[in-house]
Design a protein around this ligand. Structure first.
Ligand code: HEC
Length: 112
């Protein structure tokens, strides 16, 4: 009985999976890429935004997450696949497929 319930649950979850489109999957990943969502720094559409403001020697300085709407896939991939520390942006451990999906999302969402 328990096994049957688990099987049904599994099937339901699987069925659910196939309901989401590539776009929805990509959007979800952009929001929640196993880490801080990209949108929190790069904005909803990858347009970039100021993420911090501080004062140094009486001058106001900004930390800005860049616009990532129009960069090449090569550059995009390289950045997401690098585990360099000492950058503001956190490191992610994403597969190539996931990086492709993120790139696809940004292309698609900015086409409108
Ligand atoms: C905590 C804020 C933050 C988060 C979250 C974040 N980024 Fe960034 N990102 C930055 C900053 C700041 C830079 C530029 C400086 C650097 O490399 O740290 C950057 C740089 C980039 C670049 C390189 C842009 C260029 O022109 O070279 C890409 C591509 C990028 N981010 C994509 C992403 C994606 C996709 C995600 C989600 C998986 C993400 N970022 C999450 C802050 C963030």
């Amino acid at each position: 009985m328990r096994f049957l319930l688990l099987s049904i649950l599994f099937l339901l979850l699987k069925a659910d999976d196939s309901f989401i489109t590539k776009y929805e999957y990509a959007k979800m990943l952009y929001k929640n890429p196993r880490g801080i969502g990209c949108y929190k720094c790069h904005g909803k559409y990858g347009e970039g935004k100021i993420i911090a403001k501080y004062k140094e020697k009486n001058k106001i300085k900004y930390i800005k997450a860049p616009d990532i709407r129009n960069i090449s896939f090569k550059k995009f991939y390289k950045k997401l696949n690098s585990q360099k520390i000492k950058t503001v942006m956190p490191s992610y451990f994403l597969t190539r497929d996931e990086i492709e999906a993120l790139y696809y999302y940004l292309k698609k969402v900015n086409k409108k």
